[in-house]
Design a protein around this ligand. Sequence first.
Ligand SMILES: Cc1cc2nc3c(=O)[nH]c(=O)nc-3n(C[C@H](O)[C@H](O)[C@H](O)COP(=O)(O)OP(=O)(O)OC[C@H]3O[C@@H](n4cnc5c(N)ncnc54)[C@H](O)[C@@H]3O)c2cc1C
Length: 435
Amino acid sequence: MSQARFDVVVAGAGPAGSAAALVLARAGARVALADKSAFPRDKACGDLIGPRGVQALAELGVDVPEAGRGSDLLAIGPSGRRVRLPAYPGRRYAGHGIICPRLQFDDALRAAAIAAGAVPVRARISAADTGPGGQVRALLAADGQRLGGDVIIGADGALSPVAQLAGMLGQDRALWGFAIRAYLPAEVPMPLLVLLDRQPWRIYPGYGWLFPGDGGQANVGIGVGLGTARRSTALRADLARFCERLRGWGDLAAGAGHGPVTGGWLRMGGTGAPLAAGNVLLAGDAAGLINPLQGEGIAEALISGRLAAEAVIAGPGRAGPAYAGAVAAAFGPYLAGAAALQSAMLARPRLTSAGVRLLTAPVVSRMLAGTWSVYWNGLADGARPRPAAWAAAAVQGLAGLVARSGPGPVPEVAAAPEAAQDGPAAEATAGRARA
Ligand SMILES: Cc1cc2nc3c(=O)[nH]c(=O)nc-3n(C[C@H](O)[C@H](O)[C@H](O)COP(=O)(O)OP(=O)(O)OC[C@H]3O[C@@H](n4cnc5c(N)ncnc54)[C@H](O)[C@@H]3O)c2cc1C
């Protein structure tokens, strides 16, 4: 059995893990960046990195091969009306997003982390060596490797084996979704998102997208919210119907068939697991940080990975509470309300269909497109002053109030600073910090 000891073991070399490893390695920490896959590896995704993600990349100083840039989005409602959702530059984010296939995006980030000194390890994490008080001393791989670390960062995706092994994942406390995507030949002038009815005046519990891609290959996909039940769901037929609709509208050419379909789970709204317990920190999808309204999580993964690393650098003994507080400050105000709104919309398909028709109606859409764009994309915090940003901040505040009073999964992000200090594992950390 091979054994290695590190300051920090990062499990998962997606955007969250590579961002964490990059920041830690630059600070001189000895850090392992473990992943079960050989890189470059693909990942089911729309390949759209939003404005906060663009800013996060710039702050990390990482260049990725851009396949295109986009700012405004085109939304289509159940009535077939089209509304242009404008993008505004913020104080703390860019005025545009970028397109970058995940095969290249994740590889570029991981390469940057390795160039900074992170040690790449091919390992499928399957067990943990847990000490007194629940501290995780080492992650164990299926092939017998043992990766010991003072701190463990679980950045291993929505189902996070690390969160499961550390006893942190409560599947029935999570807000789940599932999404699939495929590539197909199409020139797409502007990213398209489509909110359709499942039956007349009953909204489909998710949305479809058609995003521009690399070399004339567009990215088409569909995702659904599932509530607290992580049940398998057949989306291929829905994707086929969606493509047919796009052909009918002329957004896809008549003969344009798609390539292989691939999919993945979404854990949304900061639900399902605390951000930290003892010496284990969760980042990105492992912490459930996906935006519950539009299903994106790359920006959240980059930012939370970096925050996890910064908390460890500031002091490993207090990293859990410090990290949980930083993530709560960054995402808490939005995620709680957005999760409540998503749950409410899933429970009321008729009302939601009527609401989206109203949002896409001619006069109303002219008035509300900016607010919709800012709120839906979680961009109210850090926006530059303008009416759409003020209105989005008001919606965010209102949704937050509803979240506090309503049923549904409680985002761990909002409650994180206290939660991270509860439990035996955290007591061990506190004890070590006092010692
Ligand atoms: C179909 C679809 C479309 C999406 N579209 C978008 C989009 O357009 N824009 C956007 O911002 N977000 C999108 N998302 C969400 C986005 O993909 C995630 O939020 C993002 O990948 C999170 O990054 P991460 O680093 O947390 O996790 P991941 O990217 O999932 O990386 C986790 C890593 O952990 C590794 N791992 C897992 N288990 C183990 C193990 N046992 N041992 C070792 N390693 C392991 C995996 O191999 C993987 O490399 C989409 C998701 C789906 C499913």
